[in-house]
Design a protein around this ligand. Structure first.
Ligand code: FRU
Length: 512
């Protein structure tokens, strides 16, 4: 008995040793891997190789899952898998093994995940209900033949909180009998009022809604958008969810389109409307965009977040140049998570995206900014505690100002506002000529939705190769990639009127 116990102890302790070693290996891998030039330090990016859209955003059992479009053999788009990472706070991430691999039905394109808590699918048990991933299969051989039925919808399930996944045996669950060329990106949620699972799916130039009781048999319910919104490109990555504003509930539909965004290439528009379990409708006449910069695409929101917070993550790139940005071991990262809300403005209701407050836990205030916190001109430089490339800057002023980042190589990034418009000029920001439009497309956004106040709150996050700007808590936001030849080391702010409450924070690295 004693011997068995001892052996058991040894096995346990060598197991613990092994776990420790694996953990340490992962640790040192992260140290090496997450340190390349341009590597974001407080945004999620894959350990290596290609990434595009966020997929299967789900909170379950205390964990935020982030699956993502991933090609694990190259740094360009290829046969899609679902990569996987988890987080307890949406700030620090742990990489997990690849969740979904292509099979005989095709590559695994974008989609969503839900917790089937009543085991309505029968794919788990009442005691151990499954997580279900719902995604698009893209059959590349069929696509080459041009038969137009190469995109279908499939499901997979996990009985261990998302670690291991099994493909459903009778996939696909939605075939493509109408032969719709672009038929993809299912986002599923439970609609309590009509006791049904609802799937939003895009079909080229419009949205289709489906209903199901078991996540396997789906019935078409309605369509939306043939004649509404922007149609400069294919509709992709829908998401439909309710939000409250001043006691009223409205439904918001996100639709990514590529190309056709206001600043060229890819962008995500939204519609505010109503949904009755079967039909989405919207009176909205103008096109509205969640982010007015060029580098926030295919974003969707989490299912099942406590307190019904609606948390959004987007892919920080643009199909115009996503495959050729100047990184070597990995490509692209996600936006910081943002909480979505509706706000009433004189121009109507608007969707606001605000950085999650948990980011405060990794933001360290820099005293160097405090002595100039109310000047019209503010100047910051790197020092041993503060790197502009990994920073967060906050201030308040009127909408006439210019922010400039520069480095010793002569690269500059300019963000300026003239009361009417905000302009981001990255034409001289470093490596810009890997693609024609990266530097030449002027990045502009109207400030028309901000006109009722004089003084506005400006917040900028810079993370090595990205800049995320939020005005008035995200009523206007712009996300932009930059690739300076060397890190920016000097920042100046010139404002026409008084600057109030200027603060600079160093942001901690999230990988250990
Ligand atoms: C959006 C998208 C989706 C598709 C996926 C393929 O960026 O084109 O529509 O499912 O990427 O990787």
């Amino acid at each position: 008995m004693k011997k068995v116990f001892l052996i058991g102890l040894c096995v346990l302790s060598s197991c613990a040793q092994m776990n420790k070693e694996t953990a340490m290996n992962n640790k040192s891998e992260n140290q090496d891997v997450y340190s390349e030039m341009y590597r974001p330090q407080f945004h999620f990016s894959p350990p290596s190789h290609w990434m595009n859209d966020p997929n299967g955003l789900l909170y379950e059992n205390g964990v935020y899952h982030l699956f993502y479009q991933h090609y694990p053999e190259d740094i360009v788009w290829g046969p899609m898998h679902w990569g996987h990472a988890i987080s307890k706070d949406l700030v620090h991430w742990e990489n997990r093994p690849i969740a979904l691999y292509p099979d005989e039905h095709g590559y695994i394109f974008s989609g969503s995940a839900i917790f089937d808590k009543n085991n309505s699918s029968g794919l788990g048990t009442d005691e151990n209900p499954p997580l279900i991933a719902i995604f698009t299969y893209h059959h590349s051989e069929k696509a080459k033949l041009g038969t137009d039925d190469h995109q279908t919808q499939g499901i997979a399930y996990s009985l261990d909180h998302g670690e291991n996944w099994t493909m459903y045996k009778d996939n696909p669950v939605i075939k493509n009998e109408d032969k719709i060329r672009d038929f993809r990106d299912p986002k599923v949620f439970w609609h309590e009022e009509s006791s049904s699972w609802i799937m939003s799916l895009v079909a080229g130039d419009h949205l289709q809604l489906y209903r199901s009781e078991n996540l396997i048999d789906w019935e078409y319910a309605s369509s939306f958008g043939h004649n509404q919104g922007a149609h400069g490109g294919v509709w992709e990555c829908p998401d439909l969810f309710p939000l409250e504003v001043e006691g009223e509930t409205h439904w918001v539909l996100l639709i990514s389109i590529n190309p056709g965004a206001p600043n060229g290439g890819s962008g995500t528009q939204y519609f505010i409307g109503e949904f009755d379990g079967y039909t989405f409708s919207s009176e909205q006449k103008n096109c509205l965009w969640i982010d007015l910069g060029p580098d926030n695409y295919a974003g969707v929101t989490y299912n099942d977040v406590p307190n019904e917070d609606r948390i959004f993550i987007g892919w920080m790139s643009n199909w115009n140049y996503a495959n050729i940005t100047p990184t070597q071991k990995w490509r692209s990262s996600m936006t910081i998570p943002r909480v979505l809300s509706l706000r009433k403005t004189p121009n109507g209701n608007r969707l606001v995206n605000t950085p999650i407050s948990k980011l405060d836990s990794i933001s360290k205030i820099q005293p160097l900014a405090l002595d100039q916190k109310e000047a019209r001109q503010i100047h910051l430089q790197n020092d041993e505690d503060f790197e502009l490339m990994q920073s967060r800057i906050l201030f308040e002023t009127e909408l006439d100002f210019e922010m400039k980042w520069k480095n010793a190589a002569g690269n500059t990034l300019l963000i300026s506002a003239d009361g009417q418009e905000i302009l981001v000029d990255r034409s001289n920001s470093g490596y810009v000529d890997f693609e024609d439009t990266f530097a030449t497309n002027p990045i502009k956004a109207s400030l028309a939705d901000l006109q009722n106040e004089k003084v506005h709150k400006i917040e900028v996050f810079v993370d090595h190769s990205s800049v995320e700007l939020f005005i008035d808590g995200g009523l206007v936001s712009l996300t932009v990639q930059v690739f300076p030849e060397e890190p920016f080391s000097d920042f100046s702010l010139n404002a026409d009127k008084e600057v109030l409450d200027f603060k600079a924070y160093a942001v901690e690295r999230i990988w250990d």
